[in-house]
Design a protein around this ligand. Structure first.
Ligand SMILES: *Cc1c(COP(=O)(O)O)cnc(C)c1O
Length: 220
């Protein structure tokens, strides 16, 4: 019941067009089922092995997102079923996703992950790297991936003004890419930003997709 109550509460203050990705890392299949029974359909994991183990144990109509650092040699394990990869941070990784998607006769949606935080530990592209990537012949030849937006993680801090600035930077990156590379491409529309501690700020700054873990499932 607790998870359902949490989801009820979260939904009272998020706009209907903001997608909620329930980040179920470290949570059990029972926990995920409880959220599913409440009506939650989008779940996100950050470890390949954990995702691959949970996927067959849960209903087919779940939309699985991958949100963690993805090693190229592990793409093949999730390529048959993953719906959205939030964490594309190199051309090499994108090439691998394209290759594995082709093998599975699929088109895999991807977000470009940007480095917006002040912490060295976080992954992601700079705007210049993203632009280089999107100009490259290799990217232009890829038929089995679709870039549907951007993702970023803010600095872990209580200072919401720092966080707000970083979310603004991500929104600026989105707008820039939209104008230069995806003008008229309706499917390029997602800004994945906002976690349990900062999702309200993220929504104020234009998030279309929030990734919530602890506030949905209880503390890790
Ligand atoms: C764990 C995780 C989240 C969710 O974090 P909470 O603070 O528990 O909401 C969101 N995004 C990514 C990439 C994560 O690894």
């Amino acid at each position: 019941m607790e998870i359902g109550n949490n989801l009820d509460k979260i939904h009272t203050d998020i706009p209907a067009d903001v997608k909620l990705v329930a980040i179920s890392k470290t949570k059990t299949v029972q926990n995920i089922s409880e959220a599913y029974q409440w009506g939650q359909r989008i779940f996100g994991e950050n470890k390949v092995q954990e995702l691959v183990e949970k996927h067959p144990l849960l209903p087919e109509d779940i939309e699985w997102h991958f949100v963690g650092h993805l090693q190229t040699n592990k793409v093949k394990y999730i390529a048959p079923f993953v719906n959205l990869i939030h964490s594309v941070e190199s051309l090499k990784l994108l090439k691998e996703i394209n290759k594995e998607a082709l093998k599975n006769n699929r088109i895999i949606d991807c977000l470009l992950q940007f480095y917006i935080a002040q912490e060295q530990t976080k992954f992601g592209l700079s705007i210049n790297e993203a632009e280089e990537m999107l100009k490259s012949h290799e990217y232009l030849e890829m038929k089995n991936i679709k870039i549907t937006g951007v993702m970023g993680m803010a600095t872990f801090t209580d200072d919401m003004e720092v966080v707000r600035k970083e979310f603004r930077a991500l929104k600026d990156h989105f707008n820039k890419l939209k104008n230069y590379f995806f003008a008229g491409t309706e499917s390029f529309r997602e800004i994945s930003m906002g976690m349990s501690d900062d999702y309200k700020t993220a929504i104020e700054e234009g998030s279309t997709m929030i990734r919530l873990g602890s506030i949905v499932f209880g503390g890790r």
